[in-house]
Design a protein around this ligand. Sequence first.
Ligand code: SF4
Length: 62
Amino acid sequence: VKVTIDKGLCSGHGRCYALAPEVFEPDEDGFSVVTQQDVPSAFEAAVRLAEQNCPEGAVTIS
Ligand code: SF4
């Protein structure tokens, strides 16, 4: 699966990079950056959890 973040929606709560630090990391302002757009299957469950827990709905999995 692939994952993207809508920068316009992300408000930097940090839940995604707390739940899936292998795939998301904070930039210098605390907003999330995707480090692996093509998600390895080992991290898929964590990324889905991050999608479900993003309060802004900014994480999209395709
Ligand atoms: S959980 Fe959502 S709002 Fe928070 S940093 Fe991640 S993408 Fe941004």
